[in-house]
Design a protein around this ligand. Structure first.
Ligand code: SF4
Ligand code: SF4
Length: 341
């Protein structure tokens, strides 16, 4: 059984959240005898432009301060995103990060200027044999993987596993996880307005009598689902093994690394921080959790959200945890240790 440390939410003060994260890091490092190396990047998500519910830069101050006091040199680390947006290239990505206040420490975009630089990590699992992980990650043995727990259209929820799987993968690694998950068009609903074809960055939609998706070109970004004004486009995630691929990529990203995982269960939105729009939380804030086991951490976050809300939020993502446990990434059983401050 893995240990998961928890500080219950006491308000929406971002400085307080940052302090809680630092307390968890300190407690976990002490309890597990963690020995920090000289350079330890912090894996984060800088938030898409227009998104207001990503974890703000101030929430990382406590962690940065703690690492510096320990003589560790921290940096932020990320990879470029698959779709066209404000974080598609390194230049734009860093611009967005700075705009969102991530100015405290250097920023490393690990997969090169346009997301094409990666190392192959051999895992030989059921769906993925070799993971394409952003080249910049290879220089380091340890990461503080800091995540925002919230919903995700394909993964069910986004937490530590998704931060590893998508967040460490180069663009082609992200594509490999997403491939084979084209949405479907309901021809009876489609009014042939063409908005989806305009939105699609991959020219994967033709408008004839109705919209038609070319499965060869579609990368499953789901952008068209969001823009259709009549709800004629929906997912067919079943059969794509996306959740299993996600778990296997998370396994590849964490392989031979010595990581600490910290997750903010705060501003719990239906969609992820890649959505460049304002969203209202769908559940109350829970707090901050940490573990050396990303599977146990995600399981604890999911359980707490469901318990507190009394709803089965994000349950469609649970199979990713089951698969992650099956392949040896971590355990779904956990011992929740609440820290009172
Ligand atoms: S999911 Fe839709 S918008 Fe995205 S690539 Fe496929 S057809 Fe294009
Ligand atoms: S946006 Fe919706 S209604 Fe318009 S063409 Fe695409 S599928 Fe049809």
């Amino acid at each position: 059984m893995s240990k998961v440390y928890f500080i219950e939410n006491t308000g929406s003060d971002h400085d307080k959240l940052g302090e809680d994260a630092a307390i968890l890091l300190m407690t976990l490092a002490q309890d597990s005898g963690f020995v920090f190396e000289k350079e330890v990047p912090i894996k984060v998500h800088f938030g898409e432009r227009g998104n207001k519910t990503f974890i703000p830069a101030r929430c990382y101050d406590g962690t940065i301060e703690y690492l510096k006091k320990k003589g560790v040199s921290p940096s932020y680390i990320e990879t470029n995103v698959l779709y066209r947006g404000s974080r598609t290239t390194t230049e734009k990505h860093i611009e967005t990060a700075r705009y969102h206040g991530f100015t405290q420490i250097p920023i490393i975009i690990a997969d090169g200027d346009i997301g094409t630089e990666y190392d192959e990590i051999t895992i030989n699992k059921e769906f993925i044999k070799k993971c394409r992980i952003g080249k910049g990650y290879g220089r380091f043995n340890q990461f503080i993987v800091m995540s925002h727990f919230k919903g995700h259209i394909a993964a069910g929820f986004g937490g530590a596993l998704k931060q590893l799987a998508m967040g460490f993968a180069s663009r082609s690694g992200k594509l490999e996880q997403h491939s084979g998950i084209s949405p479907v068009i309901n021809a009876e609903k489609c009014i042939s307005c063409g908005i989806c074809a305009e939105k699609c960055n991959y020219d994967a939609i033709e408008i004839e009598n109705t919209a038609i998706i070319d499965d060869e070109k579609c990368i499953g970004c789901a952008g068209c689902i969001a823009v259709c004004p009549v709800g004629a486009i929906s997912n067919t995630w079943g059969g794509s093994n996306f959740l299993e691929k996600l778990s296997e990529y998370a396994y590849g990203a964490a392989k031979d690394k010595d990581n600490i995982y910290i997750t903010f269960v705060h501003n719990i939105t239906k969609e992820c921080d890649c959505a460049g729009m304002e969203m209202e939380p769908i559940a109350d804030d829970i707090g901050v959790l940490a573990s050396t086991d990303p599977v146990a951490l995600d399981a604890a976050c999911l359980d707490l959200v469901q318990k507190q809300s009394g709803k089965k939020h994000f349950d469609e993502g649970r199979p990713s945890l089951e698969h992650a446990e099956k392949i040896g990434l971590g355990k779904m059983d956990y011992d929740l240790i609440t820290i009172k401050i």
